[in-house]
Design a protein around this ligand. Structure first.
Ligand SMILES: Nc1nc2c(ncn2[C@@H]2O[C@H](COP(=O)(O)OP(=O)(O)OP(=O)(O)O)[C@@H](O)[C@H]2O)c(=O)[nH]1
Ligand SMILES: [Mg+2]
Length: 222
């Protein structure tokens, strides 16, 4: 007797991709550039976003969708910065997918948001598997996590356009080899741009802001 084989994961992913594409089209119609921000817990996503909002709020209207398993801690901080903020509580899920994001977008007036950040759940594995409808995906890897993470969590490094190596102010305390990391990343994803940054010292924050502005200009033109 032949074995009947049902690939649930493939079905879930293809249903997700259909909705993600619709969300991408909708965001484009409103000229809202959505950026999916991913990393392991504590790599510095919220800190980076707070700094970014501070630097760009006179030039762009910024919104943030915060995704967490529990709590509103990050959303409360972001809301204080004046950015439009929506919290998604995943209730245990360790990633955001398109069906989870849609109700958050439905609550927003996208015509008044130029730049929308999705702070994904802190996790280097699951968020990489799900298209959210974002036009860009970026990731953070902090110096204390180590330069070998690209070998252990390769998918995340494959799906992102930009890697921000965060907490470079801690470099002296860790055996983190930026050259080794860069070689490993480019073996997997030759197009990945890498910017080492520190929210503490402000190192290379200008380069990150320039990258964002270039992305937005290209998004509006195309
Ligand atoms: N030294 C140093 N600490 C940083 C830097 N950026 C963030 N931190 C600290 O790292 C810790 C975690 O930062 P968060 O911004 O909350 O990290 P996160 O990625 O948003 O964390 P989750 O949302 O829980 O996944 C906080 O104590 C920050 O102050 C940095 O550039 N240098
Ligand atoms: Mg956070």
């Amino acid at each position: 007797m032949a074995i009947r084989y049902i690939d649930i994961k493939q079905e879930v992913l293809s249903a997700n991709d259909g909705l993600a594409n619709k969300l991408r089209v909708r965001l484009k119609e409103h000229k809202t550039l959505m950026i999916n921000v991913m990393s392991s817990p504590g790599a510095g996503k919220t800190t980076l976003l707070l700094d970014t909002i501070q630097r760009l709020r006179e030039q762009l209207r910024i919104g943030v969708v915060e995704a967490d398993i529990e709590s509103m801690v990050d959303a409360e901080k972001i809301e204080q910065s004046g950015a439009m903020t929506v919290q998604i509580r995943t209730g245990g899920d360790c990633h955001i997918d398109a069906p989870m994001l849609k109700p958050a977008l439905d609550t927003m007036n996208l015509d008044s948001v130029d730049l929308l950040f999705l702070e994904n759940v802190g996790n280097l594995v699951c968020p990489a598997e799900f298209d959210t409808g974002a036009t860009c995906s970026i990731m953070l890897l902090s110096v204390p996590e180590g330069d070998d993470k690209v070998l252990k969590y390769p998918l995340m490094f494959t799906v992102c356009d930009l890697l921000l190596v965060t907490k470079t102010d801690c470099q002296a305390m860790f055996d983190f080899d930026l050259k080794k990391l860069t070689t490993r990343v480019h073996q997997l994803n030759p197009n990945m741009k890498i910017i080492p940054v520190s929210s503490k010292t402000g190192e290379n924050m200008d380069a990150w802001i320039s990258w964002l502005k270039e992305r937005r200009e290209a998004f509006i033109k195309n």
